[in-house]
Design a protein around this ligand. Structure first.
Ligand SMILES: *Cc1c(COP(=O)(O)O)cnc(C)c1O
Length: 475
């Protein structure tokens, strides 16, 4: 029997609750500083406090909102907090949040052009705009995936397709090798594992004193592999490595890749976006030579997670690697009707370009550049403060908005210092291990972060270091 009245939410109720939710969001954004950045919770705490199975009959949204406020929010790590200074600090900006609400409402799935023409074409438009902001040439085709890990996976799959068109049918038969620096992101390893190239065929090229890939070592490694009968197929250069934001010499790497016939993928997940500020356009020097490139607007372009922008000037390799159209998805071909499902392994797609469109239009290039520039300036100032205190040392150059520093002395002191800061809730920092040394890593990337935030955090760190490591040497 068909139930005549499915239990949908009446529009009036939706409107009332919607206003309540927006009010909550506005207050949250306004008062996010009042929360500890990192919650003080035990693992399993939330699991133990919630019912072990879902309700049989529905509950009012008021109850859900109450539980969200009382059970969930206090146990969140607040990524939108201006003193979230770990990993890569990010911002879900207000225009991006509004666009996410709208995208959820229309709930389109643009696997084919036909299944949502506007979502398909807005993805083309926004990625073309972003490509221009980055100073990349027109022949870069853009597509949105969820994360940089997924983008890099597609880069490696396209590179494999280019080097060995038969691998798609029979699997990887020969020993194929891929190159990146020892500071590259683990997503390169995961991509090699996933496409069947194998973890042991990822070559980690040594870096110079500035943590940049050494091109001479890259050449040697490629030569050795060829001599041993392997098949080098791809090199990944990083613009803004995760530990220190070092920038590989992309132009030199591009020359080697070209000469050796390797696919060049540039991982600029965070650092590539610096190019939006004209005086930092140089970070993508050499990237115009790349076969593919990834930047993450959800990292440094104030877009709510997730949104990764992938560019390639050889989209036909993506198509060759992935096209597989079951009967029910066949459509009449039209050169202007792009079916994005052909350019990757996923079928369904979220309407992510809407939030990028909102963010780019609301702030404009100048607005975005101003924030990025400001982040860089604050990082340089923080570096000066660290250099001014003889108990501390700077552990890596500061090319962008991340500062790696440490208390002079044992790794354990630094680990304890980090734990103390994070446990205090005042700020969240993360760490890196550079040449066996444990270093604190302060990443500036939230739009709300001010110089005063950093001054307070620095004072806090100095006080904590005094308590952790004893008095300064000259007192
Ligand atoms: C953050 C980061 C990644 C991974 O990004 P996801 O979007 O989380 O997959 C890859 N490479 C670099 C250089 C990064 O900084």
């Amino acid at each position: 029997m068909i139930d005549a009245a499915p239990p949908m939410m009446p529009p009036e109720e939706f409107r009332r609750l919607g206003h309540e939710v927006v009010d909550w969001i506005a207050a949250y954004l306004d008062h996010v500083r009042d929360y500890p950045v990192l919650p003080s919770v035990r693992p399993g705490e939330l699991v133990d406090s919630l019912p072990s199975s879902a309700p049989d009959s529905g509950e009012p949204v008021e109850t859900l909102l109450e539980d969200f406020r009382d059970q969930i929010v206090p146990r969140l790590t607040h990524w939108n907090h201006p003193r979230f200074l770990g990993y890569f600090a990010t911002t879900a900006s207000s225009p991006g949040i509004l666009a996410e609400m709208l995208a959820a409402a229309v709930n389109v799935n643009h696997m084919l052009w036909k299944t949502s023409p506007a979502a398909t074409e807005l993805e083309q438009v926004t990625l073309s705009w972003l490509r221009q902001w980055l100073g990349l040439p027109e022949d870069f085709f853009g597509i949105i995936y969820d994360t940089a890990s997924t983008s890099t996976l597609h880069a490696l799959a396209a590179a494999r397709e280019s080097a060995d068109p038969d691998a798609r049918r029979r699997g990887v038969a020969s020993r194929m090798t891929v190159y990146c620096s020892e500071q590259a992101h683990s997503s390169v390893d995961k991509a090699a594992i996933t496409i069947g190239v194998g973890h042991e065929n990822v070559r980690k090229i040594p870096v110079d004193a500035g943590f940049r890939m050494r091109p001479d070592d890259l050449e040697t490694s490629i030569g050795n592999d060829r001599a041993a009968g392997a098949r080098p197929f791809c090199v990944v250069a990083t613009v803004g490595t995760t530990p220190t934001t070092s920038i590989d010499p992309v132009a030199e790497i591009a020359r080697i890749a070209r000469r050796e016939g390797l696919w060049l993928h540039v991982d600029g997940a965070y650092g590539g976006l610096a190019a939006i500020a004209p005086e930092y356009q140089w970070v993508l020097d050499g990237a115009v030579e790349a076969d593919s490139l990834v930047v993450n607007p959800h990292k440094w372009l104030f877009t709510p997670v997730d949104l990764s922008a992938f560019y390639t000037r050889r989209p036909e390799m993506l198509r060759r690697a992935f096209t597989l159209v079951p009967d029910y998805l066949e459509t009449r071909p039209d050169p202007r009707a792009v079916n994005l499902m052909d350019y990757g392994f996923q079928l369904g797609r979220r309407f992510r370009s809407l939030k990028l469109w909102f963010v780019m239009r609301y702030f404009g290039r100048q607005g975005v550049a101003r924030v990025i520039r400001n982040h860089m300036a604050m990082a340089r100032e923080f570096e000066c403060w660290v250099r001014g205190d003889p108990r501390f040392e700077i552990a890596a150059p500061v090319p962008l908005s991340v500062v790696c520093f440490r208390v002079r002395g044992a790794n354990e002191i630094n680990q304890r210092l980090l734990d103390r800061i994070n446990a205090s809730g005042v700020a969240l920092l993360s760490h890196a291990v550079l040449d066996g040394r444990f270093v604190l890593r302060l990443a500036i990337g939230n739009m709300g972060t001010t110089r005063q935030d950093l001054a307070e955090v620095w004072r806090w760190i100095q006080d904590a270091a005094a308590r952790t490591a004893g008095p300064p040497p000259d007192s």
